[in-house]
Design a binder for this molecule. Structure first.
Ligand SMILES: C[S@@+](CC[C@H](N)C(=O)[O-])C[C@H]1O[C@@H](n2cnc3c(N)ncnc32)[C@H](O)[C@@H]1O
Length: 209
């Protein structure tokens, strides 16, 4: 059963992004799916971890949709291999950190920015005993990196916490080593019995059980 599709809403979120400095939109088509899965917990003080923030579009969604959440954002702010393949993305890379900073400034200390490779930042969070209700994995799309992001995040996911894998069905890069799917599938095989699948489409979403 695909719980996400069953509960889909059609709220208009566009006002949240008016006046923001954003040059890409890889994200808004998923808001209805995320809303359907998070709606019942909307006002709780959830802890959210985002790996891969770019200019902050997905971060703004979480911060607005979950008004009492705290969001930890990990990004090198150096872009990824695929951002060199499209001119519009390539020229944006040197400015993504400044845009991110400006776009989330209004949320103050609800946002913690960790400028780092995810492996190092996740290791530090693990040592600090961090725990999250929601993890959004959208950093490096190399399968080994996605697997590593999931593996390091999983012990920090609370019971009934949700993990969203972006770009599960992504085909931009040529080999499966350069795409998330192999890493996600391998991680899920290793963790069989520890999760329930909530949604499988272009994104893959699971709940820890
Ligand atoms: C697809 S973008 C994120 C998009 C963003 N979630 C949104 O909705 O607009 C991927 C981001 O991951 C970052 N990134 C790539 N490899 C990384 C790594 N190993 N550690 C941390 N961040 C990384 C890039 O700098 C880039 O900003």
């Amino acid at each position: 059963m695909d719980r996400a599709k069953e509960n889909m809403t059609s709220e208009d979120y566009s006002a949240w992004f008016r006046g923001k400095d954003l040059t890409t939109d890889w994200t808004s088509r998923y808001y209805p799916i995320w809303a359907s899965l998070l709606g019942s917990r909307r006002n709780e003080p959830l802890t959210v971890l985002e790996i891969g923030s770019w200019e902050g579009r997905s971060a703004i969604f979480f911060l607005r949709y979950l008004p009492n959440c705290r969001l930890t954002c990990i990004d090198t702010f150096a872009g990824s291999a695929e951002h060199l393949t499209v001119e519009k993305w390539r020229v944006a890379v040197p400015h993504i950190e400044a845009r991110f900073d400006a776009n989330v400034a209004e949320f103050g200390d609800r946002v913690v920015k960790l400028k780092s490779r995810s492996m190092q930042a996740l290791a530090r969070l693990l040592l600090q005993g961090a725990q999250f209700d929601l993890v959004y994995i959208d950093g490096s799309h190399r399968s080994a990196d996605v697997q590593s992001d999931a593996t390091l995040s999983w012990p920090m996911v609370k019971n009934h916490g949700i993990v969203v894998f972006d770009d599960y069905d992504w085909s931009l890069m040529g080999t499966e080593m350069d795409r998330p799917k192999l890493g996600v599938d391998t991680f899920l095989r290793v963790r069989a019995g520890e999760y329930r699948e909530l949604h499988r489409g272009y994104q893959l979403i699971v709940e820890k059980i």
